[in-house]
Design a protein around this ligand. Structure first.
Ligand code: VY7
Length: 181
């Protein structure tokens, strides 16, 4: 167990085959089943997101209901109703740890995933079967250090949008090599 105490840090994202997760401030596909998955996985937890991800949420979903919303920004005066503000990722993880939830879910975007990955023991990836242009990519997990298992049902699923997708759970195999939070 590393120094985030008993709070596990986990990341959740959806990526295209070429690693794209976003373009021009939103997710460049419509897979409603992924949104349902995201909601079910994060329900009742603390979610940590960057300010741009906060801005990207449809206003009726801000703050994300049923979750403690922690938003990371370098701006000193930034605030928003329903958001707990943190001025660095590490401050956000400390803040998230005070919420009494056992898992802190980091939900984007690209810059925040890169900062949070060293602290994460789990990543839930939705693979979307598209190759698509975008300006934001998921951080690579690398060839080793992670155990990848498809979330049942295994194999590609077909969205009602017609796009194929599948869920992959990634668990870190060497948590003892992690930096202290
Ligand atoms: C995108 C939305 C986009 C457009 C309309 C509604 C995975 C996702 C994220 C983050 C999806 C988004 C929504 C409806 C459900 C709301 C959240 C907003 C809720 C992620 N796999 N998928 N994400 N949503 N980190 N990982 O921001 O959301 O959860 O209540």
């Amino acid at each position: 167990m590393s120094d985030s105490g008993s709070i596990a840090v986990a990341l959740i994202w959806a990526e295209a085959r070429n690693g794209v997760i976003g373009h021009d401030g939103s997710i460049p596909w419509h897979v409603p089943e992924d949104l349902a998955h995201f909601r079910a996985v994060t329900d009742g937890s603390t979610v940590v997101m960057g300010r741009r991800t906060w801005d990207s949420l449809p206003p009726r979903f801000r703050p994300l209901p049923g979750r403690r919303n922690v938003v990371v920004t370098r701006q000193t005066g930034w605030h928003a109703e329903g958001a707990v503000v943190a001025h660095s990722l590490e401050e956000a993880l400390r803040e998230a740890g005070t919420g009494g939830h056992s898992t802190t879910w980091v939900m984007g975007g690209g810059e925040i995933y890169r900062q949070a990955l060293p602290f994460a023991t789990r990543v839930e990836i939705t693979e979307v079967d598209l190759t698509i242009e975008g300006d934001t990519r998921a951080p690579g997990l690398g060839a080793d250090g992670w155990h990848r298992t498809p979330t049942p049902p295994a194999g590609w699923l077909e969205s009602r949008s017609g796009i194929r997708y599948r869920f992959i759970s990634c668990i870190r195999t060497t948590p003892e090599l992690m930096p202290p939070a």
